[in-house]
Design a protein around this ligand. Structure first.
Ligand code: ASP
Ligand code: MG
Length: 435
């Protein structure tokens, strides 16, 4: 008998029918002899609708009240789900985040989990009940107020519950089959991965992949939680996300030899991610003296912008000057450009270029540590397709390039093929969001 945490996203509990289907799935797990703890998101687009409603009564809703409002979405789905399970003859108890002992920081709208005290959940489990917990919310001890964890926070709720209860696995259900080598809507030959390291998953998520939330994967890695990302609509295995030292539970029974063989086949590149949310700002003709970069990025930092890549040209067209380019989220670029333009004279640069028709393509793979020449494949694939590279950056296990936004999809397909990631058949593409 295992303890299994299951998380169901908004699209999995969008209406009464879906809730009944999810209830059946939970009951099936219980029938198989396992203890089940469920974290559930608000139904469908409830959170967006509530946000919209808040915006209609107040231009800037009070953060405390906004959390009161948004946390109600998950309260609806948790109660309905518990009722549905009851009517199938099984005991289920629903708990809000605070009842479940989700202790968070006080930051409304972006609270972080600092402790989980699942006393009531353990009691319920001991009584043989299925436990349903409202995702995305918690409670701060000092303010004694309800908090929310930020959009997509139910993944984190699930992982935190799994860690606190020492669950065997945290199953994250959504409307896609698992984690793919690329977004199947863009790369039709993308393949579902059997497993991926948490490290690679974090890089993919940080660079545009939307299946799992970064914070949840980080939490899982830190606390040694095994994640299984899978579909609500099939009983197929999805993708296991393995932290350091973890093994795919399916490999254990097959013996060491088998896992060695699988290890050898592990490709250098795990996946390709694309990100359309970034813009590029180039500060052209900056005086090439100590302090220029500090002056620019002090201003940028003051706007709160989140810089991704930074490139400084060794030499601009003019002696004594250099170009500094960086990328950041599109919405933040507008403000940054305004702030920099106002200081053109004091910094002494010649020109500002703001380009929001760019896209970032990243290839991620832990194998890059031990294989050389991985980047050549990327550059060749792009060159063969006549795609120009604007900026390049790398980490230990990632290579990213900035290309024109219109080239991004083609670039992803070409690169996916070049790294040998293509499957034999087109992936089934649901209208799904991965939530
Ligand atoms: N309902 C929240 C949201 O839509 C939390 C979640 O779905 O994970 O962001
Ligand atoms: Mg949602």
């Amino acid at each position: 008998m295992a303890l299994i945490v299951q998380k169901f996203g908004g699209s999995s509990v969008a209406d009464a029918e879906s809730i009944k289907r999810v209830a059946k799935r939970i009951v099936d797990t219980r029938r198989a002899g396992h203890d089940v703890v469920v974290a559930v998101s608000a139904m469908g687009d409830t959170t967006d609708e509530l946000l919209d409603l808040a915006g209609q009564v107040a231009p800037v809703p009070a953060p405390r009240e906004l959390d009161m409002l948004l946390s109600s979405g998950e309260r609806i789905s948790m109660a309905l789900l518990a009722m549905a399970i009851h009517s199938m003859g099984y005991e289920a108890r629903s708990f809000t985040g605070s009842q479940a002992g989700m202790i968070t920081t006080a930051d409304h709208g972006s609270a972080r989990i600092v402790d989980v005290t699942p006393v009531r959940l353990r009691e319920a489990l001991d009584d043989g009940a299925i436990v349903i917990v409202a995702g995305f919310q918690g409670f701060n001890r000092d303010t004694r107020d309800i908090t929310t964890l930020g959009r997509g926070g139910s993944d984190t709720t699930a992982v935190a519950l799994a860690a606190a209860l020492d669950a065997d696995v945290c199953e994250i259900y959504s409307d896609v089959d698992g984690i793919f080598t690329a977004d199947p809507r863009v790369v039709p030959l993308a393949r579902k991965l059997e497993r991926i390291s948490a490290e690679e998953m974090l890089e993919l998520a940080a660079n545009g992949a939307k299946v799992l939330y970064i914070r949840a994967v980080e939490y899982a890695r830190r606390h040694g939680v095994l994640i299984h990302a899978r579909s609500t609509f099939t009983s197929n295995d999805g993708t296991y996300v393995l932290g350091e030292g973890m093994t795919d539970p399916r490999q254990n029974s097959e013996g060491a030899e088998m896992s060695d063989a699988i290890g050898m086949e592990e490709p250098v590149v795990a996946g390709v991610a694309i990100d359309r949310s970034q813009a590029k700002v180039a500060v052209v003709g900056v005086p090439d003296v100590p302090g220029s970069a500090a002056a620019i990025f002090t201003l940028v930092a003051r706007t709160g912008a989140n810089i991704d890549m930074i490139v400084q040209n060794a030499q601009s067209a003019q002696p004594g000057r250099t170009d500094i380019s960086f990328t950041l989220p599109k919405q933040e670029a507008v403000e940054v450009v305004k702030v920099l333009a106002a200081e053109q004279e004091s910094i002494g640069f010649e020109n500002l270029v703001h380009d929001d028709q760019v896209g970032k393509l990243s290839v991620v793979g832990a194998g890059m540590r031990t294989h050389s020449g991985v980047s050549v494949t990327l550059f060749e694939a792009l060159s063969k397709n006549g795609i120009n590279i604007d900026m390049i950056s790398t980490s230990e296990i990632r290579i990213s390039v900035i290309v024109g936004e219109n080239d991004l999809d083609e670039a992803a397909r070409a690169v996916h093929t070049a790294y040998g990631l293509d499957g034999d058949v087109e992936a089934t593409v649901y209208a799904g969001t991965g939530r």
